[in-house]
Design a protein around this ligand. Structure first.
Ligand SMILES: Cc1cc2nc3c(=O)[nH]c(=O)nc-3n(C[C@H](O)[C@H](O)[C@H](O)COP(=O)(O)OP(=O)(O)OC[C@H]3O[C@@H](n4cnc5c(N)ncnc54)[C@H](O)[C@@H]3O)c2cc1C
Length: 432
């Protein structure tokens, strides 16, 4: 078959790998000038490693991603340090990266709350029944089972931070998936995620996949038994097409999809993200903390502060210290339109709160990355609203972050859904 894949993120590249291995002719269309999609990175001339535009790491449970890396023969390039995660409580930060440390966290009070917190964590780790959990909101479930104090201290800040105005509508299966699939050791690829994406793209090219960068697909249409893909005003025919963009972009590219399917795509909610990357002359967290969870009530102008070089060594970045300050926001939030300088002005006082010795002249350079598709919002009974991978148009497939539910989005699940879509495409071909 002659197959087009729209998007050279990890989903699109994983699908291209399996389809090409099975002997199909594969062309990947990518609008950006680089591969890697949301997990892509950038590099300064004096850095050996790249830095992801949006902070990224893997968990030890990311078996689809690690399995793919095994197949590619690059497992020795994956490292799994154990960086320090901290939680804010009344002006101070407390380590929060093991059950033991979580139990010592003062925000939980004493006695019963700690037991409730521990039991809930254990229950969510052990159960696989996410279908019951998706029937109720995380807000209701946590209030009932964790109690007000544990919920408000531990879980509500996470929901508010990730989902803003939708936090009360998010279902409990989302929380389950987060707790189920996370580990305290966090992984990355030697050289950064972009290094991995570039090596993967190179392997695909060696296998015969054509990757067209800087080519935006404008439209997908039906052409008797084939599908047409239009880019740069020219159309090309394919037997099958896999789209890996956001649901909104698919709806825009293919308005001839049946009304019900289109409506389903357009009704899905998601949050955007604005993430500032700073290179600093000095280490920001004197304690060497990697990930700071910051509740909105504490008055920080962002949700997460992540000191990347407390995860991987600053030596890889010519001695620069790399810090992310980011937030999940609704499209239309003012952060999307503020200039980089104006955003930096908003963020600087918070850096001084993290380290009182911080001065503005520590900042060497700033980059601001924005996306309006960063985090799908799963509402109650969300499994009923997931668009099918096989669309109602014969030969047209869709695999995105919005469909990896009940799992939360991540490169691991992009690989899983990309490969699942590839299998479905090949099965349909056999049934012809
Ligand atoms: C702030 C943030 C933090 C994250 N942290 C982590 C993490 O720690 N660990 C982790 O594993 N994952 C993390 N993720 C999620 C991860 O980045 C995504 O789940 C994954 O990259 C999605 O891959 P994908 O291939 O499905 O989509 P994408 O990476 O979005 O790929 C889609 C591609 O399609 C291209 N495209 C769009 N429109 C067109 C068009 N018309 N024509 C041609 N090409 C087009 C885009 O340029 C893009 O390259 C994070 C995401 C964000 C936003």
């Amino acid at each position: 078959m002659k197959i087009a894949i729209i998007g050279a993120g990890f989903g699109g590249m994983a699908a291209a790998y399996d389809l090409r291995k099975a002997g199909h002719e594969v062309t990947v269309f990518e609008s950006a000038e680089y591969v890697g999609g949301l997990a892509s990175g950038f590099k300064e001339p004096h850095w050996d490693w790249s830095v992801e535009k949006f902070y990224h790491h893997w968990f030890q449970t990311d078996r689809h991603m690690l399995g793919l890396i095994d197949e590619l023969g690059w497992r020795a390039k994956v490292i799994f340090p154990r960086p320090l995660t901290v939680m804010y409580h009344e002006g101070r930060f407390y380590p929060f990266d093991s059950i033991f440390k979580a139990l010592l966290f003062p925000g939980l009070g004493f006695g019963l709350n700690k037991i409730r917190f521990g039991l809930i964590g254990l229950f969510l780790r052990l159960t696989n029944d996410w279908r019951s959990l998706e029937k109720v909101t995380a807000d209701e479930w946590m209030m009932k089972w964790a109690g007000r104090q544990v919920y408000e201290q531990m879980w509500k800040p996470l929901l508010v931070g990730k989902f803003g105005p939708f936090y009360r509508e998010v279902n409990m299966a989302w929380m389950w998936a987060r707790i189920k699939a996370r580990t305290t050791r966090l992984g990355t690829f030697e050289g950064g995620f972009q290094q991995f994406a570039d090596m993967f793209a190179e392997r695909l090219r060696e296998m015969g996949v054509e990757i067209r960068l800087r080519v935006r697909v404008e439209a997908i249409g039906e052409e008797q038994v084939r599908l047409s893909v239009r880019s740069g005003g020219k159309s090309e025919a394919f037997d099958q097409v896999l789209v890996t963009t956001s649901p909104n972009l698919l709806a825009r590219m293919c308005p001839s999809l049946p009304e019900n399917y289109l409506k389903g795509l357009l009704e899905l909610k998601s949050m955007g993200a604005v993430v500032m990357v700073l290179s600093l002359k000095h280490q920001l967290s004197r304690e060497g903390y990697y990930w700071f969870n910051l509740p909105k009530e504490a008055g920080y102008p962002f949700l997460a502060l992540v000191e990347h070089t407390n995860f991987v060594s600053a030596e890889h970045f010519g001695g620069d210290h790399i810090v992310y300050a980011g937030d999940y926001l609704e499209a239309g939030h003012e952060y999307f339109s503020l200039s980089d300088e104006a955003l930096l002005e908003r963020f600087l006082p918070a850096l001084k709160k993290i380290n009182p010795a911080f001065e503005r002249d520590w900042v060497k350079k700033v980059w601001v990355n924005k996306t309006n598709y960063a985090q799908p919002v799963p509402l109650v009974n969300h499994s009923q609203n997931i668009p099918t991978i096989q669309t109602p148009i014969r030969g047209l497939y869709f695999a995105s972050m919005s469909q990896v539910y009940p799992w939360d989005r991540g490169t691991n699940f992009a690989v899983e859904i990309g490969r699942r879509a590839a299998r479905m495409m090949m099965e349909q071909d056999l049934q012809k």
